[in-house]
Design a protein around this ligand. Sequence first.
Ligand code: SF4
Length: 333
Amino acid sequence: MKAAKTPIFFSSSASAKTDLWQESCALRKQYWGCQVFLRGIVEISNHCRQNCLYCGLRRGNRRLRRYRMDGAAIFDAAKAVKRVGFGTVVLQSGEDSGLSAEAVAELVERIKRDLGLAVTLSLGEWDRATYALWRRSGADRYLLKLETMEEMQYARLRPGRRLSERLNALMHLRDLGYEVGSGLITGLPEETEESLDRGLEGLASLELDMLSVSPFIPHPETPLKGHPPGDVTTNLYAMALGRKLMPEAHIPVTSALGLQGDAVRLAALEVADVLMLSLTPPEVRGDYAIYPGKNGDLEDPQERAARFRPILEAAGFTVPSSAGGAWRLGAGS
Ligand code: SF4
């Protein structure tokens, strides 16, 4: 995949933005047709050893009720993902030191063997040996978001962490044969038009298989509680620019963007091709509170999953049951 030269897009005219949107819609159709790939997320733990300023799971949030699902509960949740006809389960958590690498490996192996689902892991930064173990156990994909490509901003937003460590982790994952995803949050403090452009260009240079662009939503129990939320229109254009720079990538409508409702979801799917829905069991799903409102709906996860199919089909999308892997591995053919 070759990254195009980025314009300083976010300061460009309204007509340039309209042109970009149309171009990106055409690229989405060229690579993924009208397909929307559904992924079921199971949020297996909300413990986190990190203290990111923007995230409700940060270790400094003492008001959050913490949980860690056991292997049987996670497998049952994966079975529910299979039952609703999704091809991929995403196992997601905070960066939880209490997770056993071996237990995760056994679980992945069982999900692959007994359910035949594609498995995406989104469990944060671990060492190369752990990533290798999980890959050997059958994990297909790994999602590790950067949130920003600006070194200083990264260091301030993620105390004690460095952007270079995160980039190294992405290199290990790619090297180990994972399909790799990463992404940005729009609307974080210190963001400028130039930094957003640079961030998307930087991500394109990583030759990712998946790109996530998600609007910031302030959480009341974090240091960024007073910072305004990310602008939805800017986020949509950032997704469009992402599509232009990485035309083959899977681009999801994130749950943070989905909070805006079905109309925004459907608009975003003109450039995006993946819908990620939390199928975390009701007993704990409300506690995966990265931002307020995440998983706050009272709908039964199964009914929620079933509800989306007709909405998508009525809007002219098709919903394949295939796992929807990376373009470079032939998923688009
Ligand atoms: S963004 Fe990730 S690593 Fe940072 S506090 Fe939240 S869950 Fe932990």
